[in-house]
Write a protein that binds this ligand. Sequence first.
Ligand code: SF4
Ligand code: SF4
Length: 67
Amino acid sequence: MFLRQQVQERQVVVDHNLCFFCGACVAICPPDSIFLDNTHLSIDDKTCTRCERCVRMCPVHALSMEP
Ligand code: SF4
Ligand code: SF4
């Protein structure tokens, strides 16, 4: 239970200097927690399961999982 709480406290962080809005992370996210328009990418922490698929998918490493 304690471990689960620790996992949930981590969150995906976007480096807006690196993201070029390719949409790859949006397509790979199982619960559709990533939202993208032409100028901004955001992540819904309430539905994100912390699976890290988006972190591994991003071609320019713009996403990271941080405490
Ligand atoms: S960690 Fe998983 S659930 Fe969360 S935004 Fe990335 S792909 Fe979606
Ligand atoms: S995969 Fe990376 S570069 Fe592409 S939209 Fe997502 S965060 Fe941006």
